[in-house]
Design a binder for this molecule. Structure first.
Ligand SMILES: [Zn+2]
Length: 248
C-alpha cells in the first residue's frame, strides 16, 4: 500500500493559495499526504468550510488566533459560528497566546480572556484543541482545564517543557522548522514517539518558496534521521497518533 502521512496543520484557505489551491491539494494527495486545515478567525473559518468541507483527505479545525483581537464583537460571533458547525470540525483551534508578537500587558490580558472562552467552548463541545503559543507555552499549558486534550502546533518552547506536556497526555506538533533549526532538533530528541508533524503552510518553508503540505515529507525525512528509524515508520506512527487524537 502507498505510504500515507498527515500534515496536521496548514492554512490552505489563505490568499497565497488562490492561484493554485486545487493543484497544491492534488499534489499532496497524490503523494499520500492528508491534511488538517486550521481557521484563524471568523472570516477564515467561513472560508475553510466553503472550500474544504466536501473534500476527501482534508479535515478542518475552526479557531481564533490570538493575533488581531481588535474586533471583540467578531470574536463573540465566531464563538457562535464554531458551535453551530461543531459537526464539521475535528478540533477547535488555532487558539492560544502570542506574547512574542504582543508585548502590551493589557492586550495580553485580552488574549488570555479570549483563549479562556474558547477553552470553555471546547470543554462544552467535548472537542480537542489546537494551540498556538509563542513565548507563552508554559502559561498556555497551565491554563488548560482538566480533561481537555491539546495539540501544541509548531511547538517552539523548551525541550523540557515539551516532555512535560507530552507526559500529561497532550500532543506536540513538530513543524518543518525541524529541517533547519537546531532548537527543533533538540525537541525531537527529547520526545518519545508520541508526536505529529505539520507544515503550517504557507509559512515555515523548508525550501526557498512558499510552504505547502507536500513538504511535510521533508520534516519526516529529517526526523527519521534524528531518531535513526525508517521514514516509513515515522509516517506510520505520526499518522496513527493524529488519527487517534483527532478521531479521524
Ligand atoms: Zn497556523
Amino acid at each position: 500500500m502507498k505510504r500515507r502521512v498527515i500534515d496536521v496543520h496548514c492554512h490552505l484557505d489563505f490568499d497565497s493559495f488562490n492561484r493554485d489551491r486545487e493543484e497544491v491539494i492534488r499534489r499532496a494527495l497524490d503523494r499520500g499526504v492528508l491534511m488538517i486545515n486550521s481557521g484563524i478567525d471568523l472570516q477564515s473559518n467561513r472560508r475553510c468550510l466553503s472550500l474544504f468541507r466536501d473534500l476527501e483527505g482534508i479535515w478542518i479545525t475552526l479557531g481564533q488566533s490570538p493575533n488581531d483581537l481588535r474586533d471583540l464583537r467578531a470574536v463573540e460571533k465566531n464563538l457562535e459560528f464554531i458551535e453551530k458547525h461543531v459537526e464539521e470540525l475535528v478540533a477547535i483551534g488555532e487558539i492560544g497566546l502570542d506574547f512574542y508578537r504582543e508585548r502590551n500587558e493589557r492586550k495580553r490580558e485580552i488574549q488570555r480572556d479570549v483563549f479562556w472562552k474558547f477553552l470553555k467552548l471546547a470543554e462544552k463541545l467535548d472537542k480537542p484543541i489546537v494551540i498556538h503559543a509563542r513565548n507563552a507555552e508554559r502559561e498556555a499549558f497551565e491554563m488548560l482545564p482538566e480533561g481537555i486534550r491539546a495539540m501544541f502546533h509548531c511547538y517552539s518552547g523548551s525541550p523540557e517543557l515539551a516532555k512535560e506536556i507530552a507526559d500529561k497526555g497532550h500532543l506536540i506538533s513538530i513543524s518543518t522548522l525541524v529541517c533547519f533549526s537546531k532548537k527543533h532538533e533538540e525537541i525531537v530528541r527529547e520526545l518519545g514517539r508520541g508526536f505529529v508533524v505539520e507544515t503550517d503552510s504557507p509559512f515555515l518553508s523548508p525550501r526557498r518558496r512558499r510552504n505547502e503540505p507536500i513538504y511535510v515529507l521533508d520534516a519526516i525525512e529529517k526526523i527519521a534521521k534524528l531518531k535513526k528509524i525508517k521514514e516509513d515508520e515515522v509516517s506510520k506512527i505520526t499518522l496513527k497518533t493524529a488519527v487517534r487524537f483527532f478521531d479521524l
